[in-house]
Design a protein around this ligand. Structure first.
Ligand SMILES: [Fe+2]
Ligand SMILES: [Fe+2]
Length: 188
């Protein structure tokens, strides 16, 4: 799908440039119509880049759980997801795409182990429920990884959609619930 959209943008850009060149010969280089086509040609890559940027996740202060070590890990996770999105947007090749996907999955698991370690260490009352949510996410990712082996392109879209939606929802909801408790116990 992304490759098809890239091809469309490239075709549109080529077509616009061809029309602009033809207009130079037909109506002259100073005609407003010629400059309009040149303007459109200049705008196409810009609009394409803006459209791609929209698919990224940006860290917001509102996502902070107030515990530095965890905020840092959440930021790293967002960076890894954005890197994975970039591999898809710019078709960087299957090998790099797979490496990025593995890095996101590994880091997610590492982060969960860290969070669970803190919750367990300080006796967080909702530890089991929180841990169950992490496990649910790992199970879902395993299913998506299996689907990725069958249909890489369509499954990658689902992986990215799930990661972004789940991550923000989990950070902003479930993770924030432990903030007050862990901070009162001295977590940092
Ligand atoms: Fe988290
Ligand atoms: Fe969590």
């Amino acid at each position: 799908m992304n490759k098809a959209m890239d091809m469309c943008a490239l075709l549109l850009l080529t077509l616009t440039l061809v029309i602009a060149v033809l207009l130079v010969f037909m109506v002259g280089p100073t005609n407003p119509l010629t400059w309009s086509m040149v303007g459109v040609a200049v705008l196409i890559p810009f609009i394409r880049r803006r459209f791609k940027h929209r698919r990224r996740v940006d860290w917001k202060d509102a996502y902070s759980v107030g515990i530095d070590s965890i905020d840092k890990q959440h930021k790293n996770l967002i960076n890894l997801i954005n890197m994975l999105q970039t591999t898809v947007d710019y078709s960087t090749g299957e090998e790099f795409e797979r490496e990025c996907l593995a890095a996101v999955v590994d880091y997610t698991k590492t982060h969960f182990v860290y969070e669970e370690g803190l919750m367990s260490k300080y006796g967080y009352p909702d530890f089991e429920a929180h841990k169950a949510q992490h496990q649910k996410m790992i199970d879902k990712i395993s299913d998506l990884m299996a689907a990725y082996e069958e249909h890489p392109e369509s499954a990658m879209k689902d992986v990215l959609g799930f990661l972004k939606q789940w991550l923000i929802r989990h950070i902003n909801g479930t993770d924030k619930q432990y903030s007050e408790f862990l901070l009162s116990k001295g977590a940092h």
